[in-house]
Design a protein around this ligand. Structure first.
Ligand code: ATP
Length: 456
């Protein structure tokens, strides 16, 4: 697999991802998505909405706000407990997440249920060293809250202090009653949301894997208590199938089922889908059976009844929740790493090709005039027609061979070339990214032909 450094370089030179605030020396761990990256991101989100909402009879989509009443975070437990264990090297002042230090020291250990004292004792007993200076001198661990604070209105005072959401889920729980009432959905049903989340991470890094600003795609699936583990298995497999159908290789993916002692207090089953990143298997997607923890917390704190009334049995209950939650940027990274290929051709040339699934490819089709002077007008007219239905690009500079290679490198699925025979035969050459094979297609058949190719 390609290294992380190489994919960062590739993403920058091709226009997928640039460093944030680069003109001013950058802002650590912020990234901007360029013309190709923003299309890739949008295609990932579209593919998720297509599968998780449009194609299921169960699920609806919402878009709730980033800024929420501070009571929400008191009720959800985020203000008290959304924290990571922070430690610092006494010698070089480098900061670490203590749980990550322990996992790096012994990958068979899962310290997620440990107290800060237990973690500190482990660091001392096992003489865990700082990766930067090599000294084993860590300061006592304290819990660091990852919520981003800001102020609403003109006066910066305690009363106007609010938080940027660290996950999109809470907006769904808050609107549970309104959504159920207006859609008249019966349990089981789910609510999907795509949106920004913010976490003041102690150790952001690995390019776009862990950042302080990111996008999540979350489904909160409401079920009758007692049926949650069946639904948990269902969504677990559903998420895995979605990744594989979009081209990730099964051998690069694994489930990491959390052991009972490592489960959060509100969860009776949790798994992570892990992808093989260049540094090893790491979390891509968290899937948790969360019982009625969230609805109950908001019901208690707001004193509003959030129970569901089953119209068939007249039972009243708080639904249990199964939550698959995934970060868009982690998916961008996984799909890029998986798709990047350098192929040695018969003439020993190296062809750089991004084998993204056609649904994810930023451009489905590139329109190329064989000779700019002769074919520009026809090619531009064709571009205009095709771009009504497909993400298309147009390129007329340099030789046709160079243009094909450029399109291969950014994952464009088909190249359509207008040439000397086009006017007379009303046909074009279509070249396929993956096989480099070419065929002649009538212009009038082109939209249907492309549609068929990209939906295989
Ligand atoms: P991690 O253990 O990696 O910190 P987490 O278990 O805290 O992640 P969740 O709260 O379950 O993560 O969030 C769900 C998903 O959101 C993650 O699986 C990941 O895809 C994404 N995500 C979480 N934090 C970040 C981040 N800082 N940057 C990018 N994506 C993130």
């Amino acid at each position: 697999m390609i290294t992380l450094d190489k994919i960062v370089q590739f993403a920058k030179t091709t226009g997928f991802i640039f460093q944030g605030s680069e003109l001013y020396g950058g802002l650590a761990n912020t990234w901007d998505y360029g013309p190709l990256g923003s299309l890739l991101k949008r295609n990932i989100k579209d593919a998720w909405i297509q599968k998780f909402q449009r194609e299921t009879p169960f699920n609806v989509l919402v878009d709730t706000s980033i800024l929420l009443n501070t009571e929400v975070w008191k009720a959800s437990g985020h203000l008290a407990g959304f924290s990571d264990p922070l430690t610092e090297c006494r010698n070089c002042q480098r900061r670490y997440r203590a749980d990550q230090l322990i996992e790096a020291h012994d990958p068979n250990i899962d310290p997620s249920g440990w107290s800060t004292d237990q973690m500190y004792q482990y660091l001392i007993d096992h003489k865990v060293t700082c990766a930067h200076c090599g000294k084993a001198e860590f300061l006592p661990i304290r819990q660091f809250n990852m919520m981003f604070e800001t102020y609403q209105g003109v006066i910066k005072e305690q009363a106007s202090q609010i938080y940027l959401r660290p996950e999109t889920a809470q907006g769904i729980f808050l609107q549970f009653k309104n959504i159920q009432r207006t859609t008249r959905k019966k349990v089981p049903f789910g609510v999907c949301q795509v949106g920004k989340a913010f976490r003041n991470e102690i150790t952001p890094g690995n390019f776009i894997f862990r950042t302080r600003e990111f996008e999540q795609m979350e489904l909160e699936f409401f079920v009758k208590p007692g049926t949650e583990l069946e639904w948990f298995s269902y969504w677990k497999q559903f998420c895995m199938d979605w990744l594989i159908n979009l081209g990730l290789k099964p051998e690069q993916l694994e489930f990491d089922d959390h052991k009972p002692e490592a489960l959060s207090h509100y969860s009776n089953a949790t798994t992570d889908i892990r992808f093989k990143f260049p540094w090893g298997f790491d979390e891509l997607w968290g899937i948790a059976s969360r019982t009625d923890y969230d609805l109950k917390a908001h019901q208690t704190h707001s004193q509003e009844n959030l129970e569901y009334l089953d119209p068939d049995t007249n039972e009243r209950y708080l639904p249990y929740v199964v939550e698959p939650s995934v970060g868009v940027e982690r998916l961008v990274l996984a799909f890029l790493l998986n798709a990047y290929d350098e192929e040695t051709l018969e003439n020993e040339d190296i062809r750089q090709v991004l084998r993204l699934h056609p649904k994810l490819a930023p451009y489905k089709v590139a329109v190329l005039p064989l000779v700019k002077k002769h074919h520009q007008e026809q090619a531009l007219a064709l571009f205009e027609t095709l771009s009504l239905n497909f993400d298309a690009t147009y390129d007329e500079s340099q030789s046709i061979g160079k243009r094909y290679r450029r399109q291969d490198a950014i994952g464009t699925y088909l190249c359509v070339t207008v040439d000397h025979d086009t006017e007379e035969t009303q046909s074009v050459t279509v070249r396929h990214r993956d096989t480099m094979e070419q065929e002649r297609v009538l212009i009038k058949d082109l939209p249907a032909y492309i549609k068929k190719q990209i939906h295989y």
